[in-house]
Write a protein that binds this ligand. Sequence first.
Ligand SMILES: Cc1ncc(C[n+]2csc(CCOP(=O)(O)OP(=O)(O)O)c2C)c(N)n1
Length: 662
Amino acid sequence: MALTEMQNRLANAIRGLAIDGVEAAKSGHPGMPMGMADVATVLFTRFLKFDAANPHWADRDRFILSAGHGSMLLYSLLYLTGVPGMTVEELKHFRQLGYKTPGHPENFHTVGVETTTGPLGQGISTAVGFAFAEKMLAAQFGKKVVDHFTYVIASDGDLMEGVSQEAIALAGHYKLNKMIVLWDHNGISIDGPLTLSDSVDQIKRFQSAGWRAVNVDGHDQDAIAAAIEAAQKSNKPTLIACKTTIGFGSPHRAGTSKAHGEPLGPEEAKLSKENLGITGAPFEVPADVLKAWREAGSRGAGARQAWEERFATLSERKQAEFTRRMDHVRPAKLGKAILAHKKALAANPTAMATRKSSEAALNVIVEVMPELVLGSADLTPSNNTKAKGLVEITPKDFKGRYIHWGIREHGMAAAMNGIYLHGGFVPAGGTFFVFTDYARPAIRLAALMGTCPVYVMTHDSIGLGEDGPTHQPVEHLAACRAIPNMRVFRPCDAIETAECWQLALERTNGPTILALTRQNLPLLREATTANLCAQGAYELAGTGGGKAAVTLFASGSEVEIAMNARSILNQRGVPTRVVSVPSLELLLAQPEEVKAKIIGDAPVKVAVEAAVRFGWDAVIGPDGGFVGMTGFGASGPIKDLYNHFGITAEAVAETALRRHNG
Ligand SMILES: Cc1ncc(C[n+]2csc(CCOP(=O)(O)OP(=O)(O)O)c2C)c(N)n1
């Protein structure tokens, strides 16, 4: 069907702004916004439930631009609909430092951006988490206050990335029917036509994963509208394959990879605008078109007010709880519950693997923190993530608090970001520590965005034993510690584990990895009122007053080894302290005087950790001793492995003595 003149002009406003933004920046991606302008116009002017003046309204529909390279599409929409702060000045400074229009959308930088996208595949996978959160929150607070859709614009590249398979399998299995993906089916990527490297039938692929999947002409606005309307009624998630032309309107570049990722250039930009009937100066939107867009932006104001009225009918307690959870304010009772748990542990010291200690802490935490949603990428009995009393989420019932993610570490980590960003939940999910590699791109985005999922990463060293080097992390502590804004904790016993959980859950500006053991560890700590892990490290055993000749530093399972080495050294008359370092990077982030006090000035410093040395020099210095791993592990019983790789109390004492005796 032919577009009405106004439909056309609304879409062309996006095209014009995208052309101008990319021209001004002299870089960027005009093709995708030009191609998807019709689809976006339909979504934003007829369907998306939002109120541009209140971009944080809790029950808004979520819109995720998975194809983040087409960011000018999103910025144009935010400007056209009137989201506060997104002025034309921002568009004119696309991709410039200090403006709200970075190369790829950043949710922590620009109001109205729901999640950071750019790494292809992440947006659609994060969206699964948004859709999960919507269902879970609706199950807990009722449809009266939680009832919205999650819309995604995804590109060919999003669907080619492996993580998208994990995402669509999850959405299909859990019947996340309020997730609607609009696929920019333009058949073009950077290298040329998709046929160079791909022959997947996406419709069949999605259908086989439990989706509804339909084709539509992505330039027929009424057909797109009909497809979205049908999708809203579906009991399955829907893929709408929108056949589009990349760079639509550009006489010489439309339909080619030339339109994908470079400015059209002044001549082609001029010709494209003429072709589309766009007149006026760059960045100028005709007054009647802007007015129509602004009306679209306030279209949802009534729905928001109606929601506020419905929300006000909830009990005051329920309102306060909903607001607390959406604002990510942690429950006041958490600290008290952890302290009581620490005292109980100290009263009955038992050797326990820290994965088991984690479960013990969780049994207490889930009682006081209803927003904590746990799960695991399979391996539930190994990760000990299913705390007492937690009910599983099923496609039919989202009241539970435990998610079986299947063997999908990457999909889980991406969805955990979405769950957190949606609001109302803190997700924690488990797998083996070595498989952080499989989830890394989403973990990195969590750190960048400042979302606060907790990764329960068990089997954290050669200590896992017989499974061998494929499963034994050696470089993972260093690699994860190197991610900015990431916090890695490797607790040494049940009390430290409880403290680390508290710190992880009290964080509101970034994610946490808990690296936990398979093997039993003795209780080494007392139940102090203070959380001793809060500064990343602390003196676990001192010299009893005199000056230390040696300080031993260790994390996790090697703290016990350091304590035994200290006994050996003390017997040899060498006064030795032990500093437990549950978080190396948190220690290094302390103010100089705090750090200096914890590290101390013993002439000999030795660190022991069943991992590579990388990173420890900042504490022990280049001349310090290090007992750990220099290569991959091996398959065998744990005791044999520690002896084989020389990670023993005797070896630590020897390393210290050699330096002490000069
Ligand atoms: C994980 C990842 N790999 C590579 C890139 C670099 N990249 C950006 S856009 C793009 C091609 C995308 O093609 P398509 O998804 O079809 O987008 P379109 O050409 O339709 O704009 C690539 C490879 C990326 N952003 N993310």
